[in-house]
Design a binder for this molecule. Structure first.
Ligand code: UDP
Ligand code: MG
Length: 342
């Protein structure tokens, strides 16, 4: 790890973390600090027209609470079909801290987030949902933890009672299942809402995959992490963009991105099946030798054929899930396309 390029960039950024000496400013000496540190908020937005104004009005006072830092808000319009873009552009004219990246179509939240992360220039980056379910009041607290030395500040949903029962249960099952069988551990009940130092963001940008399951990638890069608890809010405006089917595919995506256990599983099933079949064959032969041929055994034959036939179909399906992903990955298409920046 010593010769790792990440390591070098870590050192440079750490130097950036050295706090400004207050007494230099107090004594009025010519030591001018040219570099005010900046925090970038990245907001993936898809059809949130009703909520943009509220988002804008909520964020601005939060920025005023941290006067020693600059802010920028990278709003990524993920191919919205309502008046989201018009409203976002209006925000950029009122407040130059707001920037808009318009994608050429709807690429999905993970890709929109990737676009925003690539565009952001801040010393720290916070992905946040546009629906205010991630409370912006937490931002100053996260910044405090970052200034105290954390490279990643996780915001954990201590209470998810605003989410429907089924979503809570399936999420719980997903985290448990994923962490059991994956090489990396995704912290439970932590969404994309978090603060990342520039060094973490740069590490993240080095990960080349096109299937971007951000929660997994965030966890994969590691770094010094602290966790803050918060209560998940209800959506400010509009409805969720994630249906049950979309969530299922999202979970599948996450799981297959970080685990090959489903591929290996079938080898063990195969070995178990082969051993049992062998034992059964020995029993049949012995029985035939001892007591002669009895009933033809049509039923047991059919059961065996159907059972192993369906096992084979399932295992081929699992292979398909992975091969499909390898296929799209090898095509090397960009994760998103930008139509225009405002
Ligand atoms: N989002 C997006 N592209 C999509 C779907 C959603 O950029 O294709 C954004 C959405 O506008 C919101 C965030 O992702 O800012 C989270 O979406 P949502 O609130 O619907 O998810 P939930 O909180 O229900 O999991
Ligand atoms: Mg939401």
């Amino acid at each position: 790890m010593q010769n790792n390029p990440h390591h070098a960039s870590l050192e440079t950024s750490r130097q950036g973390l050295v706090p400004v000496q207050p007494d230099a400013a107090a004594t009025g000496q010519a030591l001018v600090v040219s570099h005010r540190r900046k925090v970038s908020l990245v907001v993936p937005i898809f059809n949130e027209g009703d909520g943009i104004e509220l988002l804008f009005k909520t964020l601005c006072p939060i920025f005023d609470q941290v006067p020693d830092l600059d802010f920028e808000v990278i709003c990524v319009d993920d191919g919205s079909t309502d008046d989201t873009l018009t409203k976002l552009i209006a925000c950029t004219t009122i407040d130059s801290r707001f920037k808009v990246v318009e994608l050429s179509r709807n690429f999905g939240k993970e890709s929109a987030l990737t676009a925003g992360i690539d565009e952001a220039t801040g010393d720290a980056l916070i992905p946040i949902d546009a629906d205010l379910q991630d409370p912006p009041e937490l931002i100053p607290v996260m910044i405090k933890a970052w200034q105290d030395g954390a490279e990643v500040v996780l915001a954990r949903r201590a209470n998810r009672s605003s989410d429907p029962f089924l979503k809570r249960q399936t999420a719980k099952f997903f985290y448990r299942f994923h962490n059991q069988f994956s090489s990396i551990q995704i912290p439970r009940n932590v969404g994309d809402f978090r603060l990342m130092d520039r060094v973490v963001v740069d590490a993240l940008k080095q990960l080349p995959e096109h299937h971007r399951f951000m929660k997994g990638l965030f966890a994969w890069v590691g770094f010094k992490t602290v966790t803050i608890d918060y209560v998940r809010q209800v959506r400010a405006r509009g409805g969720t963009k994630f249906s049950g089917w979309k969530l299922w595919n999202f979970a599948l995506e996450g799981f297959t991105s970080f685990s090959t256990v489903p591929l290996k599983f079938w080898s063990y099933v195969g070995v178990f099946g082969a051993v049992s079949t062998f034992v059964y064959a020995v029993v049949i032969v012995a029985r035939t030798l001892i007591s002669g041929v009895d009933v033809p055994g049509y039923a047991s034959l059919l059961v065996a054929i159907l059972f192993f036939g369906s096992l084979q179909l399932i295992s081929v399906g699992v292979l398909g899930e992975y091969i499909g992903r390898i296929y799209t990955e090898t095509k090397n298409r960009p994760v998103y396309l930008i139509r225009k920046r405002y």
